[in-house]
Design a protein around this ligand. Structure first.
Ligand SMILES: [Zn+2]
Length: 179
């Protein structure tokens, strides 16, 4: 069971230039968190309204993707891919949130790092098609490793892969409900 899917995580620093710091919103567990509602019309409307609202308010945002959500029994679900494209086509960014949302406290570095690599394939292509690259990573459950060895191994791995870990400064308890 996933937790904390739709809460909005604020972070700053990534977009800090000189004296100015900007706050960037981020959303986890993309392509969409619809609490079990599988109706595609509803899902698309939810994503469109969210994106429109962010753009109207000139809010930069990164959506962290679990690519396992892009698959169904028949393979890649193009509708779910389209939801990510709506996000990127509107100028927002995507980040890697692993493929299957594992808890690093309970899996090995090997399994976790493989899950990270598996989790970037479709997002990378969508971003590349828009002239962007995948740069951001967020740990599921914000677990960075429950031993120094594991934490260091992962941190080195992410650095080598060119990922910036999106720091979380504050968990907001509000949700944007746009229906
Ligand atoms: Zn998550």
């Amino acid at each position: 069971m996933r937790i904390g899917s739709l809460f909005i995580l604020l972070f700053s620093g990534l977009l800090a230039f000189g004296q100015h710091k900007q706050v960037c919103f981020s959303f986890d567990d993309l392509p969409v968190v619809s609490y079990g509602i599988t109706d595609t019309v509803f899902q698309e409307k939810l994503v469109n309204n969210l994106v429109k609202s962010l753009n109207n308010n000139k809010i930069q945002a990164i959506g962290f993707v679990n690519e396992s959500n892009l698959y169904d029994n028949e393979g890649v679900n193009q509708f779910q891919v389209k939801l990510l494209k709506i996000w990127v086509n509107s100028g927002l960014d995507l980040g890697n949130h692993t493929f299957s949302h594992p808890d690093y406290n309970t899996v090995s570095f090997k399994d976790y790092s493989e899950d990270i690599l598996k989790g970037e394939t479709i997002s990378r292509k969508i971003l590349n098609d828009r002239g962007k690259s995948i740069k951001y990573f967020r740990h599921p459950f914000l677990h960075v490793g429950n031993s120094k060895v594991k934490a260091d191994s992962l941190s080195d791995f992410l650095l080598k892969k060119g990922y910036h870990v999106a720091p979380v400064l504050q968990k907001c308890l509000f949700m944007i409900i746009i229906l």
